[in-house]
Design a protein around this ligand. Structure first.
Ligand code: SER
Length: 898
């Protein structure tokens, strides 16, 4: 049975049983604790927690899921995917254990002719939480499963949560026995390769708190109602129904794998396990990459962007290891589109963008591989010339960290060069980096605070935002928090030593940070008996999208829960903020006008006087494009367009052409901001000017890359724009004055100065070389004699590079004749480094004198490292106070042989 049929039968089965079909959410949801949506239930969390009332009591969906924790298992086991489709049915306070078991059992075992999956009931096993007698009995009663095919397992296996605070509960998993060729008998407790997990039924009834791992957290208490959350792995069911060995060979992944077979140097499934794993990694990861890009992720160096980058790099690297030399990512993206397009039309409609981003990453990584290879060669030759055979762990780490070289690549290249790698040292450094990353993540989570403290207020209803119409509003204090703990009152003196103080109001004119616009600055002041209370608002954030939380400095008096207060926006700040936000829309519109609709927004930030706008685009803008964007923007400002805001249904707004952000989830009714009719139309909840002329001049001050395929434009607006230009003008005037030419002649004058500087530098270099040659002749003339050996051993003054010294020792040696001669020069330089070089001629070598031995002596005296050969060697030290001792050491050594 093909995957699309499996999906269809699932949805049909549950819709027939009274469930509402809900589309998959984006893989990115607005939760800082969750990198990606990893289960079908994520979009329903507020329903489970009782924060929102669901519009249905039964739902079904097929959710796009990303899980990368087990990335190393991909391709190795038969069942791990980084992207998979989770088919689920959900009950919000409606049916519970019996209903869930009955519905799953029927779909799995009903014959294919009657619309089910037709699995043999004799091969099905179930697991339950160890003390869940109820579920165990239901499996026997509802499904007729004999007791020996219902296994009990502990919290690690049969208790489910999202890994972060939220709903949780005991679960019951359904397994299918693939037969003895896949592993030993004894049920899922013995082999999860033979008994493959198909479906997880979670009896969602509790709420968990902070903690880690599958067991290290506290259960905070019961949920308001008992719910059901189930997840069936579509790829796993396909694996069973298509009778293939692993998920990578199912109908939607196999074509991607086959595409690789056509270009790789080595075959699939021909007995080479490592190659087979590489094939499967490519199929799995290219599909995940396409889905991530479609949902708005761009390759980057942290967070989601890094996951995408890592997946694509593993694809490219695996392809190289299969002997594929040319580009491959474009073909893979096309294969993903063809396989997955019928279920995910965005992969077809948005293909050009997806392909462009993925291929750009491939090109960039290939360049990185090239420069990393150069670094590797340097490392390898330094290792060899120091007489060593092991590449250090820190070099391997740099190759990994800076150049994205997987350790296997370094190992392989080292082996080709006859070297090994200190893998242990490398792994230590990796572990250290992971520890740092973990500590960062933990710190971030903590900052996010335990939201349960705000739950009661979230439940009581949303804060009313009055700031579109007024800048000052009367409001009531609903809650006061110090460091996330609720308190009845906060006074100036309490607040002095305390951490974060927050006030939650029933209504407020202060804008909470969102959609790229920073929070308003303003004040909250008391009234009546509490009139002396005053607080400055330093930040405003939304919790659960609905509750405005004002972070404040209490400057005087005290605030008591229930008090009436006056919340006021700083009007100057707001004016600047509206200029910044409307300016962002103008720059966005201008970019699309100049570059075309492919310049898709990737993010933005604005505050009074400044804005930045990120968009998907390959390569820098030309000078001309940049000028045009600025010109179109300022013309639109000058046109004094009216700014019109209205609410509309999401589908209608999109049909009107309103621009929405990729990966963002919008409610059914959205706010639309229109500037100048068709000029700019965007979904936006921000505050804006009334007429475009109020934005004032817009000056683009920068255009740069912030990652592969994403550019950033930065601009000043309003008075800040004018101030920026005034500063530039003053700079120019200053330049013109010091160059003593009128401003328009500054560029020509600077070009002329640069030319002259270059000529002077060349002249200087010529003189330096002439001096060095003269020094060589003098030094040769003043050579000392130790035994039979003529020796020049000197400290050189002035800054000399290792290269200068090397050529100088060679020159002097040439002037010392054919008898035994040695030259050792050490630069006393003025920097920290102490470079040195030694040359020995053939006659000296015949006496047993080696330049590299002498360099070792010098190294010991000046705390340095170096190496070379018998005739010529060099090094560099750190301790100039050892130079005299070093020269003496050279003399002593020569005295011994000569
Ligand atoms: N949330 C559960 C899981 O992801 C069931 O949907 O396994």
């Amino acid at each position: 049975m093909q995957t699309h049929e499996i999906r269809k039968r699932f949805l049909d089965h549950f819709v027939k049983a009274g469930h509402t079909e809900v589309p998959s959410a984006s893989v990115i949801l607005d939760d800082p604790n969750l990198l990606f949506v990893n289960a079908g239930m994520v979009q329903f969390v507020p329903f489970f927690l009782g924060q929102r009332t669901p519009p249905y009591t039964r739902a079904t969906s097929i959710q796009k899921c990303i899980r990368t924790a087990d990335i190393d298992e991909v391709g190795v086991t038969p069942r791990h995917n980084t992207f998979f489709q989770m088919a689920g049915n959900f009950s919000f306070g409606d049916y519970f254990k019996r209903g869930a078991i009955e519905l799953a059992w029927t779909l799995l075992t009903t014959s294919v002719a009657d619309g089910g999956y037709g699995l043999d009931p004799e091969r099905i096993w179930a697991t339950v939480y160890y003390d869940d007698n109820e579920a165990a009995e239901l499996w026997q009663e509802v499904a007729g499963l004999p007791a020996e095919r219902v296994q009990r397992r502990g919290m690690e296996h049969n208790f489910w949560s999202m890994g972060i605070p939220g709903p949780c509960g005991p679960s019951s998993e359904i397994y299918y026995d693939r037969g003895e060729e896949f592993g030993p008998g004894g049920g899922p407790a013995v082999s999860e390769d033979r008994y493959i997990e198909l479906w997880n039924l979670v009896f969602m009834q509790s709420e968990r708190g902070e903690g880690t791992g599958k067991t290290g957290f506290e259960i905070l208490g019961p949920l308001p109602r008992k719910n059901i959350d189930t997840g069936m792995g579509v790829e796993r069911v396909a694996c069973v129904l298509q009778n293939v060995h692993n998920v990578y060979e199912t109908d939607l992944l196999r074509p991607i794998l086959d595409k690789v077979v056509t270009v790789a140097a080595r075959p699939y499934d021909a007995g080479n396990h490592d190659d087979d794993v590489r094939y499967r990694i490519i199929a799995d990861h290219s599909r995940t990459a396409a889905i991530l890009i479609a949902d708005g992720v761009s390759p980057g160096n942290d967070g989601r962007g890094y996951v995408l980058r890592r997946l694509l790099r593993r694809v490219i690297r695996s392809a190289k290891l299969l002997g594929i030399d040319g580009p491959i990512v474009g073909e893979l993206m096309a294969a993903v589109r063809d396989a997955m397009g019928p279920s995910y039309p965005e992969l077809v409609s948005d293909f050009a963008r997806i392909n462009r981003i993925a291929v750009a990453e491939e090109t960039a990584f290939n360049r990185t591989l090239a420069s990393g290879s150069r670094l590797f060669e340097e490392v390898a030759s330094a290792t060899k010339s120091a007489g060593a055979t092991v590449v250090s762990g820190s070099d391997a780490f740099t190759l990994h960290d800076t150049y994205g070289f997987p350790i296997e690549l370094t190992l392989e290249m080292a082996a080709e060069a006859g070297l090994t790698v200190d893998e242990h040292g490398f792994r230590e450094l990796m572990a250290e980096q992971r520890r740092r990353a973990k500590a960062d993540a933990a710190a971030r989570k903590h900052a996010h605070a335990d939201l349960s403290a705000y739950r009661e207020l979230v439940d009581a209803g949303p804060t009313e935002f009055t700031g579109f119409d007024e800048l000052t509003s009367e409001a009531r204090i609903l809650g006061i928090f110090i460091d996330g703990r609720r308190v009845p009152v906060v006074s100036h003196s309490d607040a002095a030593g305390a951490g974060r103080v927050e006030l939650v109001l029933d209504r407020t004119p202060l804008y909470a940070e969102s959609g790229g616009q920073l929070a308003d600055a303003g004040t909250i002041s008391g009234t009546g008996a509490g009139a002396s209370a005053r607080a400055a608002v330093t930040d405003v954030q939304k919790i659960a999208q609905t509750l405005w939380v004002h972070q404040v400095n209490v400057e005087s008096g005290e605030f008591v829960e229930g008090d009436t207060v006056i919340a006021a926006v700083d009007p100057q700040w707001r004016k600047g903020a509206t200029q910044g936000h409307s300016g962002t829309h103008m720059v966005h519109a201008a970019l699309r006008q100049v570059l075309g609709p492919n310049a898709v927004q990737a993010g933005s930030l604005n505050r009074p006087g400044y804005l930045r706008f990120d968009f998907n685009w390959q390569g820098p803008l030309t000078e001309e494009q940049r000028r045009q964007v600025e010109e179109v923007t300022n013309e639109a400002v000058q046109a004094d367009y009216e700014v019109h805001t209205f609410t509309e249904r999401l589908d209608k707004a999109k049909a009107m052409g309103a621009l929405a952000l990729f990966g963002e989830r919008y409610p059914e009714v959205v706010r639309v901001v229109e500037i100048g009719g068709p000029f700019s139309l965007e979904l936006c909840g921000g505050t804006h000017v009334h007429n475009s002329a109020q934005i004032g001049p817009v000056t683009i001050v920068g255009e740069s890359s912030i990652g592969s395929g994403v550019r950033r434009v930065e601009a000043y607006v309003g008075l800040d724009s004018f101030r920026h230009l005034a500063k530039e003008r003053a700079l120019m005037a200053g330049l013109a004055a010091s160059l003593r030419v009128p401003s328009e002649e500054v560029p020509a004058r600077v070009a002329n100065l640069v030319e002259r500087l270059k000529a002077a530098e060349k002249e200087l270099e010529r003189t330096r070389l002439a001096n060095a040659r003269a020094a060589a002749t003098n030094a040769a003339a003043g050579a000392e004699r130790i035994g039979n050996v003529r020796l020049v051993a000197q400290r050189m003054s002035g800054a000399m590079t290792a290269g200068d010294l090397r050529s100088l020792v060679g020159d002097i040696r040439g002037k010392l004749g054919s008898g035994p001669a040695v030259v050792a020069l050490i630069s006393g330089g003025d920097g920290d480094a102490v470079p040195y070089a030694v040359a020995a001629n053939p006659a000296a070598q015949d006496l047993g004198i080696r330049a590299d031995d002498l360099v070792k002596r010098i190294s010991a005296a000046v705390n340095g490292r170096g190496g070379g050969k018998a005739d010529l060697a060099q090094g560099s030290g750190k301790d100039a106070s050892g130079i005299d001792a070093a020269l003496d050491a050279v003399r002593t050594e020569i005295a011994q042989v000569g």
